[in-house]
Ligand binder design. Structure first.
Ligand code: SF4
Length: 122
């Protein structure tokens, strides 16, 4: 709930399923979603930022306005596949996230994150 992971460019990738779910929630047309709410990167669309450098869905009350349907990446954080494949990413993520403990042994990280992914299905 601190909103630190909602700051900065290029952080939040959205899948086709995310777009469908969010569009349904905000009663928007999924065909317009990318042009209205995303920037395009080499790895796909990411949620764009508002003038305060935060995700466009982060409001002035410091809340995610699409919390029930927020993108899979937001729901999974910080237990992401990238940590299993590249555990060194954990420390980079932890440098910006006050909820993460840095310098966890890589073998422990891989085991814990992989178990989390398996349990949650993503
Ligand atoms: S969708 Fe919600 S949780 Fe995800 S970055 Fe945007 S405001 Fe934060």
């Amino acid at each position: 709930m601190c909103g630190q992971c909602c700051v900065g460019f290029g952080g939040t990738y959205v899948t086709h399923q995310d777009i469908e779910r969010i569009s349904d929630f905000i009663q928007g047309d999924p065909k317009d979603f990318i042009s209205r709410y995303c920037d395009i990167t080499g790895a796909g669309p990411v949620l764009t930022q508002g003038p305060d450098d935060r995700c466009i869905f982060f409001d002035e009350h410091k809340q995610c306005t699409i919390h029930p349907v927020k993108p899979r990446m937001c729901r999974a954080w910080p237990f992401l596949k990238t940590v299993v494949n590249h555990p060194e990413n954990w420390d980079a993520m932890a440098s910006a996230c006050p909820g993460m403990v840095p310098s966890v042994p890589h073998a422990d990280l891989v085991r814990i994150v992989a178990a989390h992914i398996q349990k949650r299905g993503f």
